[in-house]
Design a protein around this ligand. Structure first.
Ligand code: NIG
Ligand code: FE
Length: 417
């Protein structure tokens, strides 16, 4: 048995405890704050949470047996969760960044064979070991930014072999790296160049060949599709998502990112766990998502990087949509691993409050990838995934922006940063 761990005297302990499902409306501001907070951890699991004096009364006599960590003067939060990334890929696309600054659009570059197609070529060429090494470095960076659970998508293969290679790397990293990785199959990330003009044929391949193979090998929990003008139509997206459901893969959808296309409405219709991006989601789509309880996964770093107006986060929360936020870490539209930056941007660009940004990046993110029973909050029975920050309170975390305030990180009770 490992020695117990006692983190004590946190200036502020943000627990975000007490919810079974995603938080909406005013509940998105409920942080479950404890001043002078303490957490008692045994075998990687949270056993007790309270003020330091409460825990001294309960565990004081075992103090000698425990590893004690003083968080005096600092903020403690749950490990952050990134519910939407494309972190396993080959190569890099800094040239496209320059091209976009000179005026080329994201879709123009993709339609000319760059963008997702360029990364697909580089990912097909990379060996599994190369992909693993690159992705491992990105997970290390996530961890240093306080992120202890990450969702990852395939979709830079768009042929069975490479899709399985990407998902295989995620599976290995989940087993070998401290960060928990939750996998999503995204064969419908673009229409591969060799299928140009034969889109429906490729949709058929995804439905008849790829989804059954991925599900049979239990390599993914979710099934995602890029529903966008010039990529997959809402009708094709629906077929792909329904096929995934028949094989036990829960639907997610990249919706209304570049143009309004009914993606938010489709997310509600197919019962998607979340809809992503939503920069151009319609009022009706937002209403439908609120009614159906679809989580809006908003990506303000992507909007900034594409120099677009951010999604209507404030309005979505006010309309009762559960909101989460994510880096969208990928080599084209958001090459970052910084969830703290994303929280800052959620406040600045979407007028979310500091408390809402933290709820969005913890318990709501956990719900968006189905890990809320073990992560996303500091409460008894959950994994001891915790971050100590070099700030005194949660407002300061969002106020001092663009800076990495991480002081220390625990994953399942082990100190990893
Ligand atoms: O979520 N929108 C589609 N897919 C990614 C971008 C992938 C890339 O550019 O490589 C996204 O932004
Ligand atoms: Fe994405």
């Amino acid at each position: 048995m490992r020695r117990p761990l006692w983190i004590k005297h946190a200036a502020q302990l943000v627990t975000v405890g007490g919810s079974k499902g995603p938080r909406t409306g005013a509940d998105m501001s409920e942080l479950g704050l404890i001043e002078d907070g303490s957490v008692w951890i045994e075998d990687g699991e949270i056993k007790a949470v309270g003020t330091t004096s409460e825990l001294e009364a309960r565990f004081g006599e075992w103090e000698e047996e425990a590893d004690v960590y003083e968080a005096t003067g600092r903020l403690v939060t749950p490990g952050l969760i990134d519910p939407h990334t494309h972190f396993v890929y080959g190569g890099s696309r800094e040239k496209e960044f320059e091209m976009r600054l000179e005026g080329a659009s994201y879709m123009d570059i993709m339609n000319a064979g760059g963008g997702i197609h360029a990364t697909t070529r580089m990912t097909r060429e990379a060996t599994e070991e190369e992909l693993y090494r690159q992705a491992e470095l990105r997970l290390n960076s996530f961890l240093r930014h306080g992120v202890t659970t990450v969702e990852g998508k395939s979709g830079y293969g768009m042929e069975l072999e490479t899709e399985l290679k990407q998902l295989g790397v995620m599976k290995q990293l989940n087993e070998q790296h401290p960060v928990d990785v939750v996998s999503t199959f995204m064969g419908a990330h673009a229409v591969p160049q060799e299928f140009k003009g034969r889109e429906d044929e490729f949709v058929g391949l995804i439905i008849d060949e790829m989804i059954p193979a991925v599900a049979a090998e239990k390599l993914a929990v979710f099934n995602d599709v890029f529903c966008e003008v010039g990529v997959y139509t809402p009708e094709q997206s629906r077929r792909i998502l329904e096929a995934g459901k028949r094989h036990g893969l829960k639907p997610k959808i990249h919706a209304d990112e570049i143009e309004p296309y009914g993606g938010a409405e489709l997310a509600a219709e197919v019962g998607a766990i979340s809809a992503e991006h939503l920069l151009k989601a319609s009022d009706k789509g937002i209403r439908r998502m609120a009614e159906a309880g679809v989580i809006a996964c908003l990506l303000p770093a992507t909007a900034l990087y594409l120099r677009e107006e951010a999604a209507r986060g404030r309005e979505m929360i006010d309309a009762g949509v559960p909101v989460t936020i994510s880096t969208d870490c990928n080599p084209g539209s958001s090459p970052t691993t910084s969830m703290p930056l994303v929280m800052n941007l959620a406040c600045i660009a979407m007028r979310m409050t500091p408390a809402e940004a933290l709820v969005a990046a913890t318990i709501n993110a956990a719900c968006a990838i189905g890990v809320q029973d073990k992560a996303g909050s500091i409460e008894p029975g959950k994994q001891a995934d915790l971050v100590i920050w070099n700030v005194r309170n949660y407002q300061e975390l969002q106020y001092l922006f663009g800076v990495n305030h991480v002081h220390a990180v625990w994953k399942k009770g082990r100190k990893v940063v």
